[in-house]
Design a protein around this ligand. Structure first.
Ligand code: AMP
Length: 395
């Protein structure tokens, strides 16, 4: 790791502006999963112990550049106070306005200030220069520990880093070390599992994983475009006509590289996405007319879990079925369960597959569950994250 980390900087008696990812699920005013706040604590506590005054900034949901109380970080501030009982934790009423500026100016070492939702201001996502400056003016050091948004070039993740001495926090450091370390040096057999809805989002990652994995398992809505390209009937299943040629190219590449490219060999089909009564297992890869594929079938579960059983390294992103409905979550859950038996490294790339693993109570049996879906996918693809790239290297 050649990026500067918080171990490499002096923060004593300094105001440190920290980008964290507090984009937690909130239902009826209550946080339903505080994992992202908990994961930011090592960095926050370290900075406080080293004598910093910590200014935290995050987004929550998509307020689309407007102040909307529904997306206020007040609920996070309340939880943060509980998690930091020995430190003064206050919150600003705005992001870079008079209240934030005044509270930042008066902040003392060992105290924490949480700014209001960054996305209340449209300039955040535009990486606006003036907005970056207003953020930077409140502090003397910048730390990025928001792995979940490190793939975005926003003011708080990118632009502001150029204006202050900077470093990455412990969470980003941990994510990079585990994900990049594993992908660059996998124990074999190395199995990649990709699911989710759209082929177009995953083409880049399939293409680059084909250079490194021994087996690539494809499930979920994107499998049907590959099966259509092979001439199977896909009924009303998800289909991306514009990427059929791309799918053919990827399958050819897999063959050339000697990668075991596994597509489902049967499915669970239902007349309608919402119909959880009239579903059935198909005989083979073909989906019946008037039906759509919503999960991998029994034979596919066997095929996929057999490949996973032999693996020494597995990375997984995306459910292999419409797992939000329990009737169609069987395949996704079977994969999650099999991963717990792997004698090696298992990395879950955030998002829906992470939710599936957590909901099943299997999180502790995985090597690593990433806090960032989009960001971990970029790392799987071998890309550099702008929010990390912008941080200075250790001299
Ligand atoms: P993504 O954001 O691309 O990872 O997609 C996740 C979504 O894919 C989840 O909401 C799943 O319900 C959906 N999904 C998985 N399998 C299918 C399928 N066979 N048909 C439609 N949607 C699916």
């Amino acid at each position: 790791m050649d990026k500067r980390t918080i171990n490499d900087i002096d923060v004593y008696d300094k105001k440190v502006l920290v980008r964290v990812d507090f984009n937690v699920p909130v239902i009826k005013g209550k946080i339903t999963d505080d994992n992202r706040i908990v994961e930011a604590l090592p960095t926050i506590n370290y900075l406080l112990e080293k004598g910093a005054a910590v200014i935290l900034m995050s987004h929550l949901g998509r307020p689309e550049g407007k102040v909307d109380p529904k997306y206020s970080l007040a609920v996070v501030s309340k939880r943060l106070k509980e998690l930091l009982p020995n430190n003064k934790v206050i919150m600003a009423k705005d992001v870079v306005g008079e209240d934030a500026k005044a509270k930042a100016a008066n902040l003392k070492m060992g105290e924490v200030l949480l700014l209001e939702n960054l996305r209340y201001d449209a300039r955040e996502e535009e990486n606006d220069k003036d907005f970056c400056k207003l953020l930077a003016d409140m502090a003397e050091v910048y730390v990025n520990d928001a792995f979940g948004t490190a793939h975005r070039k926003h003011a708080s993740t990118y632009g502001v880093a150029k204006l202050l001495p900077n470093a990455i926090g412990f969470l980003i450091q941990k994510e990079l070390e585990i994900i990049c370390g594993t992908i660059e040096n996998p124990k074999r057999p190395f199995v990649g599992i990709l699911g989710g809805a759209k082929v177009k989002d995953k083409i880049g990652i399939i293409d680059s994983l084909l250079n490194t994995v021994d087996t690539l398992i494809i499930g979920g809505g994107m499998a049907y475009t590959f099966l259509h390209a092979q001439g199977y009937a896909i009924g009303n299943s998800l289909f991306d006509e514009t990427n059929v040629e791309e799918a053919k190219k990827l399958m050819k590449k897999a063959e050339e590289k000697g990668v075991n490219f596994l597509l489902p060999v049967d499915f669970v089909e239902t007349p309608d996405f919402n119909d959880v009564i009239n579903y059935r297992n198909t005989k083979d890869q073909n989906i019946s007319e008037g039906y759509e594929g919503v999960d991998i079938g029994k034979k596919s579960v066997k095929l996929f879990t057999k490949a996973i059983k032999k693996a020494k390294t597995v990375i997984w992103n995306g459910p292999v079925g419409v797992f939000e409905k329990k009737e169609f979550a069987v395949g996704t859950y079977a994969i999650a369960k099999k991963l717990t038996k792997v004698k090696g490294t298992t990395i879950i790339g955030g998002g829906d597959s992470a939710s599936a693993v957590i909901n099943m109570g299997l999180a502790h049996k995985m090597t690593h569950i990433s806090t960032g879906g989009g960001a971990s996918l970029k790392l799987f693809e071998g890309k550099i994250l702008p929010g990390v790239d912008v941080i200075d290297n250790i001299n």
